[in-house]
Design a protein around this ligand. Structure first.
Ligand code: HEM
Length: 495
Protein backbone atom coordinates (compact mmCIF):
# COMPACT_ATOMS: atom_id res chain seq x y z
CA UNK A 1 0.00 0.00 0.00
CA UNK A 2 2.79 2.40 1.04
CA UNK A 3 4.71 1.54 -2.12
CA UNK A 4 1.62 2.32 -4.18
CA UNK A 5 1.27 5.74 -2.56
CA UNK A 6 4.85 6.57 -3.53
CA UNK A 7 4.77 5.72 -7.24
CA UNK A 8 4.95 8.74 -9.55
CA UNK A 9 1.41 8.39 -10.94
CA UNK A 10 0.07 8.11 -7.40
CA UNK A 11 1.97 11.21 -6.33
CA UNK A 12 0.64 13.06 -9.35
CA UNK A 13 -2.94 12.06 -8.55
CA UNK A 14 -2.55 13.11 -4.92
CA UNK A 15 -1.11 16.46 -5.98
CA UNK A 16 -3.94 16.97 -8.42
CA UNK A 17 -6.53 16.20 -5.73
CA UNK A 18 -4.80 18.61 -3.33
CA UNK A 19 -4.73 21.38 -5.93
CA UNK A 20 -8.38 20.82 -6.92
CA UNK A 21 -9.40 20.83 -3.25
CA UNK A 22 -7.55 24.09 -2.71
CA UNK A 23 -9.17 25.68 -5.79
CA UNK A 24 -12.62 24.46 -4.75
CA UNK A 25 -12.08 25.83 -1.25
CA UNK A 26 -11.00 29.20 -2.62
CA UNK A 27 -14.00 29.34 -4.91
CA UNK A 28 -16.79 27.98 -2.70
CA UNK A 29 -15.70 27.98 0.95
CA UNK A 30 -13.28 30.87 1.45
CA UNK A 31 -14.66 33.82 3.45
CA UNK A 32 -14.41 35.80 0.17
CA UNK A 33 -16.49 33.23 -1.75
CA UNK A 34 -19.52 35.51 -1.88
CA UNK A 35 -17.64 38.60 -3.09
CA UNK A 36 -18.56 38.99 -6.76
CA UNK A 37 -16.00 39.10 -9.54
CA UNK A 38 -14.74 37.19 -12.54
CA UNK A 39 -15.05 33.42 -12.01
CA UNK A 40 -11.38 32.84 -12.87
CA UNK A 41 -10.25 35.42 -10.32
CA UNK A 42 -11.72 33.48 -7.42
CA UNK A 43 -9.16 30.68 -7.84
CA UNK A 44 -5.87 32.47 -8.23
CA UNK A 45 -3.99 35.61 -9.26
CA UNK A 46 -3.85 34.66 -12.91
CA UNK A 47 -6.94 36.57 -14.08
CA UNK A 48 -5.41 39.75 -12.69
CA UNK A 49 -1.93 39.09 -14.12
CA UNK A 50 -3.43 38.31 -17.50
CA UNK A 51 -5.21 41.67 -17.65
CA UNK A 52 -2.14 43.55 -16.42
CA UNK A 53 -0.18 42.00 -19.29
CA UNK A 54 -2.93 42.65 -21.81
CA UNK A 55 -2.72 46.23 -20.56
CA UNK A 56 -6.41 46.78 -19.76
CA UNK A 57 -6.59 46.20 -16.00
CA UNK A 58 -7.85 49.76 -15.48
CA UNK A 59 -10.78 49.37 -17.90
CA UNK A 60 -11.62 45.92 -16.54
CA UNK A 61 -11.76 47.26 -13.00
CA UNK A 62 -14.00 50.18 -13.95
CA UNK A 63 -16.35 47.82 -15.80
CA UNK A 64 -16.43 45.24 -13.02
CA UNK A 65 -17.20 47.83 -10.34
CA UNK A 66 -19.98 49.19 -12.52
CA UNK A 67 -21.41 45.69 -12.77
CA UNK A 68 -20.87 44.41 -9.21
CA UNK A 69 -20.74 47.53 -7.07
CA UNK A 70 -18.34 48.41 -4.26
CA UNK A 71 -16.46 45.13 -3.95
CA UNK A 72 -14.88 43.03 -6.69
CA UNK A 73 -12.80 39.93 -6.01
CA UNK A 74 -9.82 40.23 -8.36
CA UNK A 75 -7.78 37.32 -6.96
CA UNK A 76 -8.36 34.50 -4.49
CA UNK A 77 -7.05 36.74 -1.70
CA UNK A 78 -7.70 40.29 -2.96
CA UNK A 79 -10.78 42.48 -3.17
CA UNK A 80 -10.85 45.77 -5.06
CA UNK A 81 -12.87 48.38 -3.16
CA UNK A 82 -14.64 51.41 -4.64
CA UNK A 83 -16.89 52.05 -1.63
CA UNK A 84 -16.95 55.78 -0.74
CA UNK A 85 -15.58 54.90 2.72
CA UNK A 86 -12.79 52.79 1.22
CA UNK A 87 -10.14 55.50 0.99
CA UNK A 88 -10.70 56.52 4.61
CA UNK A 89 -10.74 52.95 5.91
CA UNK A 90 -7.94 51.53 3.80
CA UNK A 91 -5.49 54.15 2.57
CA UNK A 92 -5.84 56.64 5.39
CA UNK A 93 -5.31 54.00 8.09
CA UNK A 94 -1.88 52.67 9.05
CA UNK A 95 -2.56 49.25 7.49
CA UNK A 96 0.29 47.04 6.33
CA UNK A 97 0.96 47.14 2.62
CA UNK A 98 0.57 43.93 0.63
CA UNK A 99 3.67 41.87 -0.18
CA UNK A 100 3.45 43.01 -3.80
CA UNK A 101 5.31 46.19 -2.78
CA UNK A 102 8.45 44.19 -1.93
CA UNK A 103 9.20 44.04 -5.62
CA UNK A 104 10.07 47.71 -5.41
CA UNK A 105 13.36 46.83 -3.77
CA UNK A 106 15.23 47.96 -6.84
CA UNK A 107 17.39 46.55 -8.26
CA UNK A 108 17.45 43.77 -5.62
CA UNK A 109 16.62 42.98 -2.01
CA UNK A 110 19.61 44.87 -0.61
CA UNK A 111 17.92 48.17 -1.52
CA UNK A 112 14.81 48.84 0.51
CA UNK A 113 13.15 52.22 -0.05
CA UNK A 114 10.09 53.32 1.97
CA UNK A 115 7.90 52.26 -0.98
CA UNK A 116 8.96 48.62 -0.45
CA UNK A 117 8.58 48.71 3.34
CA UNK A 118 5.38 46.95 4.34
CA UNK A 119 5.14 47.83 8.03
CA UNK A 120 3.52 51.30 8.18
CA UNK A 121 5.54 52.35 11.23
CA UNK A 122 8.85 51.46 9.59
CA UNK A 123 7.78 52.96 6.27
CA UNK A 124 6.99 56.28 7.95
CA UNK A 125 10.33 56.23 9.79
CA UNK A 126 12.22 55.62 6.55
CA UNK A 127 10.24 58.29 4.70
CA UNK A 128 10.94 60.82 7.46
CA UNK A 129 14.67 60.58 6.72
CA UNK A 130 14.05 61.50 3.10
CA UNK A 131 11.06 63.84 3.29
CA UNK A 132 12.74 67.25 3.57
CA UNK A 133 13.88 67.24 -0.07
CA UNK A 134 10.34 66.87 -1.40
CA UNK A 135 8.81 69.82 0.49
CA UNK A 136 7.41 72.61 -1.64
CA UNK A 137 9.84 75.12 -0.11
CA UNK A 138 12.72 72.95 -1.31
CA UNK A 139 11.30 72.05 -4.71
CA UNK A 140 10.78 75.75 -5.46
CA UNK A 141 14.54 76.18 -5.20
CA UNK A 142 14.85 74.14 -8.40
CA UNK A 143 12.26 76.19 -10.28
CA UNK A 144 14.81 78.09 -12.38
CA UNK A 145 16.47 74.84 -13.45
CA UNK A 146 13.04 73.39 -14.23
CA UNK A 147 12.17 76.45 -16.35
CA UNK A 148 15.44 76.14 -18.30
CA UNK A 149 14.60 72.49 -18.98
CA UNK A 150 11.09 73.39 -20.17
CA UNK A 151 12.63 75.98 -22.50
CA UNK A 152 14.39 73.13 -24.28
CA UNK A 153 11.00 71.47 -24.84
CA UNK A 154 9.72 74.78 -26.25
CA UNK A 155 12.72 74.97 -28.58
CA UNK A 156 11.81 71.55 -29.97
CA UNK A 157 8.19 72.61 -30.36
CA UNK A 158 9.28 75.71 -32.27
CA UNK A 159 11.43 73.57 -34.54
CA UNK A 160 8.53 71.21 -35.31
CA UNK A 161 6.28 74.24 -35.86
CA UNK A 162 8.72 75.73 -38.36
CA UNK A 163 9.11 72.45 -40.22
CA UNK A 164 5.34 71.78 -40.06
CA UNK A 165 6.19 68.18 -39.23
CA UNK A 166 4.14 66.02 -36.85
CA UNK A 167 5.57 65.92 -33.35
CA UNK A 168 5.24 62.99 -30.96
CA UNK A 169 4.48 64.96 -27.85
CA UNK A 170 4.34 61.75 -25.80
CA UNK A 171 8.07 61.22 -26.33
CA UNK A 172 9.06 64.82 -25.74
CA UNK A 173 6.95 65.01 -22.59
CA UNK A 174 8.72 61.90 -21.27
CA UNK A 175 12.14 63.37 -22.15
CA UNK A 176 11.19 66.56 -20.34
CA UNK A 177 9.91 64.75 -17.26
CA UNK A 178 13.06 62.59 -17.08
CA UNK A 179 15.34 65.62 -17.44
CA UNK A 180 13.43 67.50 -14.74
CA UNK A 181 13.80 64.55 -12.35
CA UNK A 182 17.53 64.73 -13.13
CA UNK A 183 17.63 68.43 -12.21
CA UNK A 184 15.57 68.07 -9.04
CA UNK A 185 17.36 64.99 -7.69
CA UNK A 186 20.93 65.38 -9.05
CA UNK A 187 21.20 69.03 -10.28
CA UNK A 188 21.73 67.71 -13.82
CA UNK A 189 19.55 66.72 -16.75
CA UNK A 190 19.94 63.23 -18.14
CA UNK A 191 20.28 64.76 -21.61
CA UNK A 192 17.13 63.47 -23.35
CA UNK A 193 16.08 66.95 -24.47
CA UNK A 194 19.59 67.79 -25.58
CA UNK A 195 19.58 64.79 -27.93
CA UNK A 196 15.85 64.72 -28.67
CA UNK A 197 15.90 60.96 -28.42
CA UNK A 198 15.71 58.01 -26.04
CA UNK A 199 19.35 57.92 -24.89
CA UNK A 200 20.54 54.38 -24.19
CA UNK A 201 17.02 53.04 -24.69
CA UNK A 202 16.12 54.21 -21.20
CA UNK A 203 12.51 54.86 -22.08
CA UNK A 204 12.08 51.54 -23.84
CA UNK A 205 13.66 49.96 -20.75
CA UNK A 206 11.24 51.84 -18.56
CA UNK A 207 8.31 50.20 -20.38
CA UNK A 208 9.82 46.75 -19.81
CA UNK A 209 10.35 47.57 -16.14
CA UNK A 210 6.80 48.85 -15.99
CA UNK A 211 5.37 45.50 -17.06
CA UNK A 212 7.78 43.53 -14.89
CA UNK A 213 7.11 45.67 -11.79
CA UNK A 214 3.34 45.26 -12.21
CA UNK A 215 3.35 41.47 -12.18
CA UNK A 216 6.66 40.52 -10.55
CA UNK A 217 5.40 41.41 -7.09
CA UNK A 218 2.78 38.66 -7.34
CA UNK A 219 5.33 36.00 -8.17
CA UNK A 220 7.01 35.74 -4.80
CA UNK A 221 9.21 34.09 -3.81
CA UNK A 222 10.18 33.34 -7.43
CA UNK A 223 10.92 36.97 -8.18
CA UNK A 224 13.93 36.72 -5.85
CA UNK A 225 15.53 34.56 -8.51
CA UNK A 226 15.72 37.65 -10.69
CA UNK A 227 15.95 40.33 -7.99
CA UNK A 228 19.25 39.34 -6.45
CA UNK A 229 22.79 40.77 -6.38
CA UNK A 230 24.10 38.33 -9.00
CA UNK A 231 21.48 39.39 -11.55
CA UNK A 232 22.12 43.03 -10.68
CA UNK A 233 25.81 42.45 -11.34
CA UNK A 234 25.04 40.71 -14.65
CA UNK A 235 22.91 43.73 -15.71
CA UNK A 236 20.36 41.65 -17.55
CA UNK A 237 17.11 42.95 -16.04
CA UNK A 238 15.37 46.28 -16.72
CA UNK A 239 15.74 47.37 -13.08
CA UNK A 240 19.51 46.98 -13.49
CA UNK A 241 19.41 49.57 -16.27
CA UNK A 242 17.42 52.00 -14.12
CA UNK A 243 19.81 51.44 -11.22
CA UNK A 244 22.88 52.01 -13.42
CA UNK A 245 21.41 55.24 -14.77
CA UNK A 246 20.78 56.40 -11.20
CA UNK A 247 24.19 55.37 -9.88
CA UNK A 248 25.93 57.12 -12.77
CA UNK A 249 23.95 60.29 -12.00
CA UNK A 250 24.86 60.03 -8.29
CA UNK A 251 28.55 59.58 -9.19
CA UNK A 252 28.50 62.71 -11.37
CA UNK A 253 26.54 64.61 -8.75
CA UNK A 254 29.11 63.86 -6.03
CA UNK A 255 31.84 65.35 -8.23
CA UNK A 256 29.75 68.37 -9.26
CA UNK A 257 31.00 71.46 -7.41
CA UNK A 258 28.11 73.60 -8.76
CA UNK A 259 25.28 71.35 -7.61
CA UNK A 260 22.30 73.03 -5.98
CA UNK A 261 20.88 72.00 -2.64
CA UNK A 262 18.96 69.28 -4.49
CA UNK A 263 17.25 66.15 -3.17
CA UNK A 264 20.55 64.31 -2.89
CA UNK A 265 22.00 67.15 -0.82
CA UNK A 266 19.10 66.77 1.64
CA UNK A 267 19.59 63.04 1.88
CA UNK A 268 23.37 63.23 2.30
CA UNK A 269 22.90 65.85 5.01
CA UNK A 270 20.50 63.56 6.86
CA UNK A 271 22.91 60.65 6.52
CA UNK A 272 25.75 62.74 7.93
CA UNK A 273 23.64 63.94 10.85
CA UNK A 274 21.98 60.60 11.64
CA UNK A 275 24.13 57.69 10.49
CA UNK A 276 22.28 55.55 13.05
CA UNK A 277 18.98 56.10 11.21
CA UNK A 278 19.91 55.37 7.62
CA UNK A 279 22.53 53.90 5.28
CA UNK A 280 24.05 55.05 2.00
CA UNK A 281 22.06 52.31 0.28
CA UNK A 282 18.83 53.99 1.41
CA UNK A 283 19.85 57.02 -0.64
CA UNK A 284 20.67 54.86 -3.66
CA UNK A 285 17.30 53.11 -3.30
CA UNK A 286 15.28 56.31 -2.99
CA UNK A 287 17.07 57.97 -5.89
CA UNK A 288 16.32 54.91 -8.03
CA UNK A 289 12.65 54.94 -6.98
CA UNK A 290 12.36 58.64 -7.73
CA UNK A 291 13.86 58.28 -11.21
CA UNK A 292 11.54 55.32 -11.84
CA UNK A 293 8.45 57.04 -10.41
CA UNK A 294 8.84 60.60 -11.62
CA UNK A 295 8.95 60.51 -15.42
CA UNK A 296 6.24 58.26 -16.89
CA UNK A 297 3.70 59.56 -14.40
CA UNK A 298 4.26 63.21 -15.28
CA UNK A 299 4.36 62.40 -19.00
CA UNK A 300 0.98 60.73 -18.64
CA UNK A 301 -0.45 63.73 -16.79
CA UNK A 302 0.82 66.15 -19.44
CA UNK A 303 -0.52 63.99 -22.23
CA UNK A 304 -3.90 63.50 -20.59
CA UNK A 305 -4.33 67.27 -20.28
CA UNK A 306 -3.39 68.09 -23.89
CA UNK A 307 -5.26 65.14 -25.40
CA UNK A 308 -8.50 65.84 -23.54
CA UNK A 309 -8.28 69.58 -24.11
CA UNK A 310 -7.85 69.01 -27.85
CA UNK A 311 -11.13 67.12 -27.72
CA UNK A 312 -12.69 69.97 -25.67
CA UNK A 313 -11.58 73.11 -27.53
CA UNK A 314 -13.86 75.33 -25.45
CA UNK A 315 -11.91 74.35 -22.35
CA UNK A 316 -8.64 75.14 -24.17
CA UNK A 317 -9.97 78.60 -25.11
CA UNK A 318 -11.13 79.22 -21.54
CA UNK A 319 -7.70 78.44 -20.09
CA UNK A 320 -6.08 80.68 -22.67
CA UNK A 321 -8.52 83.50 -21.89
CA UNK A 322 -7.82 83.04 -18.18
CA UNK A 323 -4.07 83.35 -18.78
CA UNK A 324 -4.51 86.38 -21.06
CA UNK A 325 -6.63 88.08 -18.41
CA UNK A 326 -4.05 87.30 -15.71
CA UNK A 327 -1.35 88.89 -17.90
CA UNK A 328 -3.41 91.91 -18.81
CA UNK A 329 -5.02 92.66 -15.46
CA UNK A 330 -2.48 91.39 -12.94
CA UNK A 331 0.82 91.29 -14.79
CA UNK A 332 1.13 87.52 -14.25
CA UNK A 333 2.28 84.74 -16.58
CA UNK A 334 4.56 86.82 -18.76
CA UNK A 335 7.84 84.89 -18.44
CA UNK A 336 8.83 82.59 -21.29
CA UNK A 337 7.93 79.68 -18.99
CA UNK A 338 5.01 80.55 -16.73
CA UNK A 339 6.01 80.81 -13.05
CA UNK A 340 4.54 78.17 -10.75
CA UNK A 341 3.25 80.83 -8.39
CA UNK A 342 1.33 82.43 -11.26
CA UNK A 343 -0.03 79.17 -12.67
CA UNK A 344 -1.40 78.35 -9.23
CA UNK A 345 -3.53 81.48 -9.41
CA UNK A 346 -5.42 80.23 -12.47
CA UNK A 347 -8.42 78.30 -11.10
CA UNK A 348 -9.67 77.01 -14.44
CA UNK A 349 -6.22 75.77 -15.51
CA UNK A 350 -5.92 73.98 -12.17
CA UNK A 351 -9.41 72.48 -12.60
CA UNK A 352 -8.39 71.13 -16.02
CA UNK A 353 -5.19 69.61 -14.59
CA UNK A 354 -7.13 67.93 -11.79
CA UNK A 355 -9.69 66.63 -14.25
CA UNK A 356 -6.96 65.31 -16.57
CA UNK A 357 -5.43 63.35 -13.66
CA UNK A 358 -8.88 62.09 -12.67
CA UNK A 359 -10.16 60.94 -16.04
CA UNK A 360 -6.89 59.32 -17.10
CA UNK A 361 -4.63 58.91 -14.10
CA UNK A 362 -1.04 57.67 -14.43
CA UNK A 363 -1.49 54.81 -11.93
CA UNK A 364 -3.82 52.05 -13.16
CA UNK A 365 -2.97 49.49 -10.45
CA UNK A 366 -4.78 49.05 -7.21
CA UNK A 367 -2.98 50.25 -4.09
CA UNK A 368 -3.12 47.13 -1.90
CA UNK A 369 -3.25 47.01 1.93
CA UNK A 370 -3.85 44.11 4.31
CA UNK A 371 -6.95 43.83 6.57
CA UNK A 372 -5.71 44.00 10.17
CA UNK A 373 -6.21 41.61 13.08
CA UNK A 374 -9.91 41.40 13.83
CA UNK A 375 -10.78 42.12 10.18
CA UNK A 376 -12.09 45.27 8.55
CA UNK A 377 -15.70 46.25 8.02
CA UNK A 378 -16.56 48.46 5.06
CA UNK A 379 -20.24 49.01 4.34
CA UNK A 380 -22.01 45.65 4.72
CA UNK A 381 -18.91 43.52 4.44
CA UNK A 382 -16.46 42.37 7.06
CA UNK A 383 -13.23 41.21 5.51
CA UNK A 384 -11.20 38.76 7.59
CA UNK A 385 -7.69 39.59 8.76
CA UNK A 386 -5.14 39.03 6.01
CA UNK A 387 -7.48 39.88 3.11
CA UNK A 388 -5.76 42.14 0.61
CA UNK A 389 -7.94 45.19 0.06
CA UNK A 390 -6.97 47.51 -2.75
CA UNK A 391 -8.12 50.91 -3.85
CA UNK A 392 -7.77 51.35 -7.59
CA UNK A 393 -7.59 55.06 -8.52
CA UNK A 394 -9.26 54.35 -11.87
CA UNK A 395 -12.18 52.51 -10.25
CA UNK A 396 -12.66 55.33 -7.73
CA UNK A 397 -12.21 58.10 -10.31
CA UNK A 398 -14.82 56.55 -12.61
CA UNK A 399 -17.43 55.73 -9.96
CA UNK A 400 -20.80 57.20 -10.94
CA UNK A 401 -21.87 57.02 -7.31
CA UNK A 402 -19.10 59.49 -6.42
CA UNK A 403 -18.81 61.69 -9.51
CA UNK A 404 -22.31 61.45 -10.94
CA UNK A 405 -23.55 60.14 -14.30
CA UNK A 406 -20.81 62.03 -16.16
CA UNK A 407 -18.05 60.25 -14.21
CA UNK A 408 -16.34 59.12 -17.41
CA UNK A 409 -16.53 62.50 -19.12
CA UNK A 410 -13.94 65.24 -19.04
CA UNK A 411 -15.68 68.04 -17.17
CA UNK A 412 -13.31 70.49 -15.46
CA UNK A 413 -16.26 72.54 -14.20
CA UNK A 414 -16.93 69.91 -11.54
CA UNK A 415 -13.87 71.37 -9.75
CA UNK A 416 -15.43 74.83 -9.68
CA UNK A 417 -18.83 73.72 -8.41
CA UNK A 418 -20.07 73.80 -4.80
CA UNK A 419 -19.36 70.09 -4.45
CA UNK A 420 -15.65 70.47 -5.35
CA UNK A 421 -14.45 70.31 -1.73
CA UNK A 422 -16.48 67.17 -1.10
CA UNK A 423 -15.11 65.57 -4.29
CA UNK A 424 -11.56 66.37 -3.32
CA UNK A 425 -11.35 63.49 -0.88
CA UNK A 426 -12.00 61.03 -3.71
CA UNK A 427 -9.32 62.52 -5.95
CA UNK A 428 -6.40 60.14 -5.46
CA UNK A 429 -4.03 60.21 -8.46
CA UNK A 430 -1.17 60.52 -5.94
CA UNK A 431 -2.62 57.89 -3.60
CA UNK A 432 -3.54 58.91 -0.05
CA UNK A 433 -2.31 58.48 3.51
CA UNK A 434 1.10 57.41 4.75
CA UNK A 435 2.19 55.96 1.41
CA UNK A 436 1.03 58.78 -0.84
CA UNK A 437 3.38 60.17 -3.48
CA UNK A 438 6.22 62.23 -1.98
CA UNK A 439 6.95 63.73 -5.42
CA UNK A 440 3.60 65.41 -5.87
CA UNK A 441 4.92 68.95 -5.36
CA UNK A 442 7.41 68.33 -8.15
CA UNK A 443 4.69 66.88 -10.38
CA UNK A 444 2.25 69.72 -9.72
CA UNK A 445 4.93 72.28 -10.49
CA UNK A 446 5.84 70.59 -13.77
CA UNK A 447 2.25 70.20 -14.89
CA UNK A 448 1.26 73.76 -13.98
CA UNK A 449 4.25 75.44 -15.59
CA UNK A 450 4.37 73.39 -18.79
CA UNK A 451 0.64 73.33 -19.47
CA UNK A 452 0.06 77.03 -18.79
CA UNK A 453 2.92 77.88 -21.16
CA UNK A 454 1.75 75.52 -23.90
CA UNK A 455 -1.85 76.71 -23.88
CA UNK A 456 -0.72 80.34 -23.82
CA UNK A 457 1.72 80.05 -26.72
CA UNK A 458 0.80 77.20 -29.06
CA UNK A 459 -2.01 75.89 -31.21
CA UNK A 460 -1.90 72.13 -31.26
CA UNK A 461 -3.93 69.74 -33.37
CA UNK A 462 -3.77 66.00 -33.86
CA UNK A 463 -2.58 64.88 -37.27
CA UNK A 464 -5.66 62.71 -37.36
CA UNK A 465 -8.19 64.09 -34.93
CA UNK A 466 -10.21 60.88 -34.82
CA UNK A 467 -7.20 58.74 -33.97
CA UNK A 468 -7.29 57.51 -30.40
CA UNK A 469 -4.04 57.21 -28.52
CA UNK A 470 -2.69 53.80 -27.59
CA UNK A 471 -1.45 52.60 -24.24
CA UNK A 472 -0.82 49.61 -22.00
CA UNK A 473 -1.91 49.92 -18.39
CA UNK A 474 0.86 48.12 -16.53
CA UNK A 475 2.36 49.66 -13.38
CA UNK A 476 1.84 53.12 -14.81
CA UNK A 477 0.17 54.08 -18.05
CA UNK A 478 1.99 56.06 -20.72
CA UNK A 479 0.02 56.75 -23.90
CA UNK A 480 1.62 57.09 -27.32
CA UNK A 481 0.82 57.28 -31.03
CA UNK A 482 -1.15 60.50 -31.27
CA UNK A 483 1.17 62.75 -33.30
CA UNK A 484 0.30 66.44 -33.46
CA UNK A 485 0.98 69.47 -35.60
CA UNK A 486 2.33 72.38 -33.60
CA UNK A 487 1.82 76.02 -34.53
CA UNK A 488 2.97 79.06 -32.67
CA UNK A 489 -0.08 81.00 -31.55
CA UNK A 490 -0.91 83.60 -34.17
CA UNK A 491 -2.99 86.03 -32.14
CA UNK A 492 -0.28 86.30 -29.44
CA UNK A 493 -1.45 89.14 -27.25
CA UNK A 494 1.13 91.71 -26.19
CA UNK A 495 0.41 93.15 -22.78
C1 HEM B 1 1.50 63.10 -12.01
C2 HEM B 1 2.59 62.56 -11.48
C3 HEM B 1 2.62 61.53 -10.40
C4 HEM B 1 1.64 60.69 -9.95
C5 HEM B 1 0.21 60.58 -10.43
C6 HEM B 1 2.21 59.88 -8.90
C7 HEM B 1 1.52 58.91 -8.18
C8 HEM B 1 2.09 58.12 -7.21
C9 HEM B 1 1.40 57.08 -6.49
C10 HEM B 1 -0.07 56.71 -6.68
C11 HEM B 1 2.29 56.51 -5.64
C12 HEM B 1 2.09 55.28 -4.77
C13 HEM B 1 1.06 55.35 -3.72
C14 HEM B 1 0.83 54.01 -3.06
O1 HEM B 1 1.41 53.00 -3.45
O2 HEM B 1 0.04 53.99 -2.12
C15 HEM B 1 3.55 57.19 -5.82
C16 HEM B 1 4.70 56.87 -5.13
C17 HEM B 1 5.90 57.52 -5.29
N1 HEM B 1 6.16 58.60 -6.11
FE1 HEM B 1 4.82 59.50 -7.31
N2 HEM B 1 3.53 60.24 -8.74
C18 HEM B 1 3.82 61.25 -9.62
C19 HEM B 1 5.03 61.91 -9.77
C20 HEM B 1 6.15 61.69 -9.00
C21 HEM B 1 7.39 62.44 -9.09
C22 HEM B 1 7.63 63.63 -10.02
C23 HEM B 1 8.26 61.89 -8.19
C24 HEM B 1 9.69 62.27 -7.84
C25 HEM B 1 10.53 62.85 -8.61
C26 HEM B 1 7.58 60.80 -7.54
C27 HEM B 1 8.13 59.98 -6.59
C28 HEM B 1 7.47 58.94 -5.96
C29 HEM B 1 8.12 58.06 -4.99
C30 HEM B 1 9.57 58.14 -4.52
C31 HEM B 1 7.13 57.17 -4.58
C32 HEM B 1 7.30 56.03 -3.58
C33 HEM B 1 6.58 56.33 -2.30
C34 HEM B 1 7.43 56.62 -1.13
O3 HEM B 1 8.65 56.43 -1.18
O4 HEM B 1 6.91 57.06 -0.10
N3 HEM B 1 6.30 60.71 -8.05
N4 HEM B 1 3.41 58.16 -6.76
Amino acid sequence: MDALLLTWPAIAVQLLVAVLTLLAWRRYLSPLANVPGPFAASFSRWWHIRHILIGDQNLQLVKLHEKHGHFVRIAHNEVSVSHPDGIKQILLQPLWKAKWYELLQLPDYRYKPPMATLDPKKKVERSRNLASGYTLSNVIKSEDAISRTIEMLLDWMNEYAEKSEPMHLDKFFTYTAFDIVGEVVFSKKFGFLQEGEDIGNSIANSLALNAYAAVGGFLQPWNLIVANPLVTWLRIMPMGHLFDTTMKAIGERVRNQDARFDLLAHWFKMLAQHPERMKLRDIHAQATTSVGAGADTVSCGLQSFIYHMLHHPTAWDRVRAEIDAARRDRGLCSDRVVAFEHAQQLPYLQACIKEALRIFGPVPMGLPRVAPKGGLTIGDYTFPAGTILSINPWAVHHSKEIWGPDASEFNPDRWLSDSAAALDKYWIPFGAGYNSCPGQNIAKMELSKILATLVRDYDIRQVNKDQQWKYKAYFTVVPHSWPCYIEKRKDQASF
